[in-house]
Design a binder for this molecule. Structure first.
Ligand SMILES: [Zn+2]
Length: 462
């Protein structure tokens, strides 16, 4: 074969036949040159293959071998890319109880008396949270018609949240959609959503629900610790006797209206029957904004396995199951309150991780999230003292084998998927011409139950 046939090496390319500039090289020089090229090419190719093999042998699931193996360092790095979105933080009720709603009386840049302030939110890698706008559910009478100040007090809670988000606009951004949340996090702001914690805060009125939505509320818990006109509560430690055996007729209309608006149905605090009925009825994905696992700690406030399994992707035979995303998807955001986590004095970061693991096992790891209840709980688990500690919790899960992708789902991705599903259902219902629910609470004394005789006459005649 002619000596000037091109040689091919992946790294060195082709050796072209001698050109004019090569004229004058002796045959020996040319051969020696070729040998050198072959040797160098071989060595480089070998080194390349060796490097690939070493990488494949030693690279771990989460990164490169030269990355820090310390779980906490890795947790922080993961949360930098997928920050925490907490389902339930009670800063507004702390503001009400401690400062009489005066947001000028404290500085969120300094050390707050509770579990939440800006430096600790930043340390905890928080990218967003639902500000709970909560008021208590007592003394509304047997049929919830005794006049109360629930609606006023809820408006004050919403006002307090808005004032704080506005006052610290360098840190917080009011976010109304999943797109808003993502863009706030891209700007390194803390996405701020509002969640109403109980339909008792509606004054029995779907009109009030629509107004809360227009003020920014993006989830509503169907009950708090008491039954209301819409649904039965699951109580705190043990379930009370039911009133409606689940949802009332008005409660069913409420779910339709929340689906139509794009407000997430929150099943924390409700009875098991309400959970089952709402899962079957809701066209949109649902959340538990702050609930743990009953199989790990047996209190009625936690979610039982027979409901968790309804969320599992593999439980496709369930009548309730309609797939993921825009169907009956859901996320259970784990509550840190010691009384829901473990026996007295035994709640720790590790036992909270046990709840996360259990929900991940029964419902699937893409159906679990974080809903701390910080500032709404007196005690805290050992190791999870405030909002700065989420990286430590994630580090514990990394030690237990959670992957980068699973952590990203837990920290906020699962909530975003479910929220997006609710937005899509709302858009679909509106496109299909779904009209606002006009249902009234039948026991309301101030509105006519039926249209009166004068309904057809003009206003002037009245
Ligand atoms: Zn709660």
């Amino acid at each position: 074969m002619a000596s000037y046939l091109p040689e091919r090496s992946p790294l060195l390319g082709s050796r072209a036949p001698p050109r004019d500039s090569d004229v004058g090289q002796s045959e020996e020089e040319w051969k020696a040159h070729r040998v050198r090229r072959i040797v160098v090419g071989g060595v480089l190719t070998f080194a390349f293959i060796l490097a690939v093999v070493i990488s494949l042998l030693f690279v771990n699931q989460e990164g490169w071998p030269w990355e820090d193996e310390d779980p906490l360092t890795r947790a922080r790095a993961m949360l930098n890319k997928a920050p925490v979105i907490d389902g339930h933080i009670d800063l507004p009720i702390l503001t009400r109880f401690r400062y009489a709603n005066n947001v000028s009386a404290f500085d969120l840049h300094g050390r707050m008396p509770g579990h939440v302030d800006i430096p600790r939110l930043r340390e905890g890698k928080v990218g967003g949270f639902f500000w709970s706008v909560f008021v208590e559910c007592k003394n509304d009478g047997r049929y919830f018609t005794q006049p109360s100040y629930r609606v006023r007090d809820t408006l004050e809670q919403i006002d307090v949240a808005h004032l704080m988000i506005d006052k610290y606009s360098d840190t917080f951004a009011l976010t109304l959609t999943t797109d808003d949340i993502k863009s706030a996090m891209r700007e390194h702001k803390i996405a701020s959503m509002l969640g109403v914690e109980g339909a008792h805060q509606l004054g029995n009125s779907l009109g009030v629900l629509r107004q809360f939505y227009s003020l920014g509320a993006r989830y509503m818990t169907l009950t708090h610790g008491c039954h209301n006109a819409f649904a039965d509560s699951g109580g705190i430690l043990t379930a009370p006797a039911p009133l409606h055996n689940g949802l009332s007729t008005l409660g069913r209309a409420l779910i339709y209206e929340m689906n139509r608006l794009g407000m997430l149905v929150d099943l924390s605090h409700v009875s098991d029957d309400v959970m089952r009925q709402a899962l079957a009825l809701s066209q949109a994905p649902v959340i538990w904004s702050h609930s743990s696992a009953r199989a790990v700690h047996n209190v009625s406030r936690n979610v039982p396995d027979d409901i968790l399994v309804l969320l599992n992707d593999s439980a496709s035979d369930s009548a309730h199951w309609r797939g993921k995303g825009n169907k009956t998807d859901g996320v259970v955001m784990v509550n840190f309150a010691p009384m829901f986590v473990a026996d007295e004095g035994k709640a720790t970061l590790e036992t909270v991780a046990d709840h996360i693991e259990h929900i991940g096992k029964v419902a699937g790891r893409d159906h679990v999230g974080l809903g701390s209840d910080f500032d709404g709980i007196g005690d805290v688990p050992e190791g999870l003292e405030d909002v700065s500690k989420y990286p430590q919790l994630v580090a514990e899960l990394i030690k237990r084998g959670w992957t980068r992708q699973e952590v990203a789902g837990l920290s906020g991705g699962n909530l975003l998927r479910v929220f997006k599903g609710a937005e899509k259902v709302s858009e679909h219902m509106k496109r299909q011409g779904a009209t606002p629910a006009m249902d009234l609470y039948s026991r309301r004394p101030d509105l006519p139950a039926e249209m009166p005789d004068w309904a057809g006459v003009s206003r002037l005649d009245l």
